[in-house]
Design a binder for this molecule. Sequence first.
Ligand code: ATP
Length: 250
Amino acid sequence: MNEPVIEISELTRRFGAATALSAINLALPRGAVYGLVGANGAGKTTLIKHILGLLRAESGSVRVFGLDPVADPVGVLSRIGYLSEENDLPGWMRVDELIRYSRAFYPAWDDAYAEELREMFALDSAAKIKSLSKGQKARAGLLVALAHRPELLVLDEPSSGLDPIVRRDILGAILRTIAGEGRTVLFSSHLLDEVELVADHVTMLRKGEIVLSAPLGSMKESHRVNGRAPTLDEIFVIHVGGAASQAAEP
Ligand code: ATP
């Protein structure tokens, strides 16, 4: 009954001689928060780009809401909220213009919720996007991603540039609320302590392959040593061989 929101089968992607994704199989049922973790270059962004239809599957298949995101971009993207690492918002717009502009793309845009988020994120309506700090830009991007109450929220490294309060409290609360409403969240992160706080299910990528994918609780249970459940960071070191947060350092 609970059809997967995202269903990926045998997805392989090469860039020249390099294999970015190798025979990925993934089915994400609705209503949960999925953390996608892996060191730099593990393939997280490449996987997300396939889900958004920005890359076409070379071999294997990708279905989102049962649709092919490349063949039916409108049907898929209008139901997805997306925030990327780059977060390339138009710098010349003011915050209120960005909100008006964005709402035109989404039939389900919720004005009251957009205003609630703007206040929660302390964004000045009259401020120019280019004058915002990195953290404020990330909040504006999150507002746009959330205000149409998407069925699927995809966040690629949402925490870069966000201060610890936004990261832990606001982001965590939002992700939980959304999943509680039966919506689905997929987010990639290097910050394993953050993933551990909010994810129901964790998928670990290593050099384009899934090395572990399981509900967080059962993952921790199955890695118990001497009765102690390890942290996600410790599990990551076992399977990937180095802390993701350290691997993210420039
Ligand atoms: P990061 O945490 O650094 O963002 P990631 O896990 O998101 O890394 P990807 O960006 O998906 O990793 O990259 C996976 C691999 O594919 C890397 O080896 C990367 O260099 C390569 N790659 C990604 N996009 C391209 C591209 N457009 N052209 C060539 N190689 C690419």
